[in-house]
Design a protein around this ligand. Sequence first.
Ligand SMILES: Nc1ncnc2c1ncn2[C@@H]1O[C@H](COP(=O)(O)OP(=O)(O)OP(=O)(O)O)[C@@H](O)[C@H]1O
Length: 567
Amino acid sequence: MTDFKEFADVCKQIEHISSSLEMTDVVSDMLKSISTEELPVVTHFVMGDVFPAWSVEQLGVGTSLLYSALSESSGLSLKEIEDLVRSTGDIGETAVAALGKKKKNKKKNQASLSFFSEDAASVSISIMDVFERFLDISRYSGAGSQSSKMRNLQFLFNSSSSEEARYLARLTIEDLRIGVGEGIVRDAISKAFDVPAGDIERGFMLTNDLGLVAVAAKEGGIEEISKLRMELDRPIKMMLAQVTPSIEAAIKDLGMLAVEWKFDGARVQIHKKGDSINIFSRRLENVTLSLPDIVEAVKLHVKADSAILEGEAVAVDENGAPRAFQDILKRFRRKYDVETMVREIPLTLNLFDILYLNGDVLMDQSLLRRREQLVACVENCDSIKVDEQVLTDDVNVVNDIYAAALNGGHEGVMLKNPEASYSPGKRGKNWLKKKPIMETLDLVVIAAEWGYGKRANLIGSYALACFDPEDGKFLPIGKVATGFSDEQLAELTEVFSELIIGESGREIELKPDVVFEIAFEEIQKSTNYGSGYALRFPRLVNVREDKSPEEAETIDRIESIYLSQRG
Ligand SMILES: Nc1ncnc2c1ncn2[C@@H]1O[C@H](COP(=O)(O)OP(=O)(O)OP(=O)(O)O)[C@@H](O)[C@H]1O
């Protein structure tokens, strides 16, 4: 059993390293040194995850619960914890300071020990102890769950040293902040168990779980990795599209095109095993409970024993015409009553891909072959259908389809390579999208400011960042304070209150989790922000609840938009 302290020591070491190669070496050494049981846990922990995004288990600890646990464990008041968050600007440092103070208090007042009953023996905790407690926390939800979660958190903080608490606190809100992302872990697994990085990547593509890949690599090297398969109820990352500047350019790039309407809704991946249906969002979260109408439609109209299907769920009005993008997102929120939502915001599901059918993985087949099988197993009706696809290399034909899509209230067209296989998580050239000039950017909210006067209780301005996939960092690019309705400001304040990880005066630092779609006039060079760019006249268009922070615009894309603006 490895002590959690050893994990915390490695995190501390990594925090002081800037080179990715060195980080990879340290992570690789740690992966080699631990047991097979600990391997999947540590693989996720080191990236700041407790469970994979798609797992049924979810931790669901917000910062307010964490503050209360730290307050109880340290004996400091909630207000003192909040002050520490403000002064240290980091939840990890807050935990270190709070538990440090607790020790001093304990010496002063032995009587208080009985309050910390669970840690009276001051035993060290192992990595697996921490994981077990997290697992227990994930089992509680709804009314009365807070106290059970609290008990577990207190146990963890009471039995950890203040150094361990730094990483424990950050892990609790799944924001470890040591800069280790999927790329580094993939390379570390490859190095630790001597399997080429390409094979690790392929295993990851099929399973979406680096923990599982690490165990396979350790137990049987390439051979075991090559046995990894896609599985029902374990979603895979979705294939994405690049913007094409023009239809002519798309034909030049791909030749023959498979042209489909681009629907404006939310992407879903549906896993069907007999009558058991699971639906995953673009962020790979299990959203089945929000979409009972889609579950029914799939049960009735998809003629397959087992299948993995992909499509776009679109909110429609009584005539079947598409409604605003915000409406579909309401359907995914748990805070609304599902039955009312199903009644008020009906959906249609437009299926456009199939990755698995009756035991066969179809991902490596061409789009055309996959589509034949998709068409054959879906009975088209109002609630679910496979929309038309046209094969052509004639620019006029594509232009007509594009015009018809826009006239119908849809977003544009998808122009796909008919021969291409499905590449999970890739934004390559095999799927192109054409829609009216895109003047919005999807950016991650990393910080914010409380408002003034009457709006002092509302967050009024948000700091935005783009993503650097090289090192997994979010690079500031500007602030947005316009485009919000009062109702939206109140709703967002509630959401962001659970993501506060540091506070200084009116400024708050936020766990990067929420993506804003931002309209802007121009991208300018700037020394004010870490990205080296700033936005002129940014305003909020949408909250992209369907996107994860890693799906925000990359710094490369910002650079290329900047260059294209200059002609
Ligand atoms: N026929 C279709 N085929 C594939 N994707 C479609 C189709 N119709 C709508 N879509 C949606 O379009 C998206 C493809 O664009 P992209 O991968 O760039 O996603 P995105 O970043 O959300 O872009 P956007 O903001 O343009 O929707 C898919 O993720 C899917 O949600």
